[in-house]
Design a protein around this ligand. Structure first.
Ligand SMILES: Nc1ncnc2c1ncn2[C@@H]1O[C@H](COP(=O)(O)OP(=O)(O)OP(=O)(O)O)[C@@H](O)[C@H]1O
Ligand SMILES: [Mg+2]
Length: 492
């Protein structure tokens, strides 16, 4: 008797996929999360809702672990808040949430490029920013001539070094918002070199002996790309964010205190370049904190980093390359990476090749056949016992499904998944892959119990807790001057 035949009669809904078992709801296992997780599925299939529920459960279960959520469209932020707002102890959960809304017009969370609160040397911070700009440059200034690009690599690190040397008594330095002025106002540049240059001799030498020695027109050409990049932080809310000296939160603090940081980019949907800049900045700050960790250390707690369709990191080749290496490279530093996508085609080529290094995969319906086929090959092992037709007679041989046929069948099923239907390949620990692929007919229902507090109020309160008024921040930034004492101008 054919077991499959009996099974199909008893459970007509049983998944037709090999090596699969039914799961009543979508669940990932905490000890397997350092393997990295991919959520994939066409628009509106339920990825964000499923991940939001997982993250909130995880957040409640592990009060000492930090979660960073980089949210391109604002939808995972809203899903998370709507779950938290339904919890009886929403106030204490909110106490662990840091809400960072990019580009919000009245209140903004300050996030300078340079601060002693990040706990790394200014030299490292200058290099971090220069490197970010170099990675973003091809995307942000597509028409930059070659020389301008070269100038960017040459000038940016020196300029940022010099900026971090300009500091007052409160250990606060100038910021990237002053870079443009410094580069275009020769008098100011000479003043700064004279007063603070000795703190950064390499930068002082560069400006005095190279930059200021070339003709003005040549200087303009070389700094063109850098100036164009700095233009992305000029919108007032962003200027207030980057120009204020004290960060509203730091990755170090968030990790130490088990916070969930929600970085919402929805308001900048129409300011692509600014959004690219700001997500790259936050990402690089988090990674610079992770880089301080000793691989394999037993005292470090896992840190989750979630990217819900963050194109700045997933589709710009300079950034994507790094993301692709994260999961295997940072496993020993206990990074739990989550990537959410509608289709593999959203990825930069380098990342497309590396995406399967993510161990856990939650796949909803996928529209594109090629992609569904690729997913089938990645998730399912070829099953030589998969029988296409049973034998016609007792002595006859059954017809085997060759591998291409088997994957075609699976890919077709994945394409036909209904709303909220998904399959999950998951690890239960770094060494153990679950024996079966899980099939979830419908992801767990989101509660529609009444909210204890409106989501808008919650966002507003949290934003003001760590934010500053844009108008006041701008006043401070615009008044930044060099106090002119008796300064001996460098003789050039
Ligand atoms: N578990 C759930 N319970 C109730 N409703 C759900 C659930 N999952 C999804 N939905 C409904 O489906 C809609 C789309 O879900 P969701 O935003 O999670 O999809 P998505 O795959 O992230 O979409 P996109 O690709 O556009 O980001 C939601 O607005 C919600 O109404
Ligand atoms: Mg979504």
């Amino acid at each position: 008797m054919d077991l499959k035949f009996i099974r199909n009669i008893l459970w007509p809904e049983y998944p037709k996929l090999p090596n699969t078992r039914i799961a009543s709801y979508d669940e990932l296992l905490p000890d397997g999360l350092t393997m990295g997780t991919l959520y994939i599925g066409r628009q509106g299939t339920g990825k964000t809702s499923s991940l939001a529920r997982h993250l909130v459960d995880y957040f409640k279960a592990y009060p000492d672990r930090a979660i960073f959520v980089l949210d391109w469209s604002g939808s995972i932020t809203d899903s998370i808040f709507s779950l938290i707002a339904r919890e009886r102890n929403f106030e204490s959960l909110c106490g662990r949430i840091i809400y960072d809304e990019l580009g919000s017009p009245d209140w903004i969370i300050p996030m300078p490029e340079f601060s002693h609160l990040y706990g790394v040397h200014y030299e490292e911070q200058s290099q971090r920013l220069a490197l970010n700009l170099a990675k973003l440059a091809p995307e942000l200034i597509k028409d930059a001539p070659f020389l301008a690009g070269l100038g960017l690599r040459e000038i940016a690190p020196q300029l940022f070094r010099l900026i971090t040397a300009v500091s007052n008594d409160q250990r606060e330095t100038w910021q990237a918002t002053e870079a443009k002025r410094l580069l275009t106002d020769e008098k100011l540049l000479r003043l700064v070199l004279g007063k603070y240059g000795n703190k950064v001799p390499e930068a002082k030498w560069f400006f005095e002996n190279i930059f200021l020695q070339v003709k003005f027109s040549e200087r303009e050409l070389r700094s063109y790309a850098l100036l164009a990049m700095l233009g992305t932080i000029e919108p007032p809310e962003t200027r207030a964010r980057i120009g204020s000296p004290r960060p509203g939160w730091t990755p170090r603090e968030a990790i130490k205190n088990g916070k969930m940081v929600l970085v919402n980019g929805a308001r900048l949907i129409n300011q692509r370049n600014t959004q690219h800049y700001l997500f790259t900045q936050v990402y690089s700050l988090i990674m610079s904190e992770m880089n301080k960790r000793q691989p394999g250390s037993l005292i470090d707690k896992p840190v989750a980093l979630v990217m819900d369709e963050v194109y700045s990191l997933l589709s710009i080749p300079g950034m994507a390359e790094e993301i692709g290496m994260l999961a295997p490279l940072y496993r020993s530093r206990k990074l739990e990476l989550y990537i959410v996508l509608q289709a593999l085609s959203q990825l930069a080529l380098v990342l497309k090749q590396q995406i399967w290094s993510l161990g856990n995969v939650v796949s909803f319906g996928i529209s594109n056949f090629e992609e569904a086929y690729q997913l089938a090959q990645q998730i399912f092992v070829y099953d030589p016992n998969n029988i296409k037709m049973s034998a016609k007679s007792e002595t006859g041989q059954p017809v085997m499904e060759p591998d291409r046929g088997q994957y075609l069948q699976i890919a077709n099923s994945i394409q036909r998944f209904t709303h909220r239907e998904c399959i999950i390949r998951r690890y239960s620990s770094e060494r153990v892959l679950d024996k079966n692929v899980l099939w979830v007919k419908k992801t767990k229902e989101m509660s529609n119990a009444p909210l204890y507090m409106s989501i808008l109020d919650m966002k507003d309160i949290l934003l003001r807790e760590r934010g500053i008024k844009v108008s006041e921040a701008l006043k401070v930034i615009n008044q930044r001057r060099i106090k002119v004492e008796k300064v001996s101008l460098p003789q050039i």
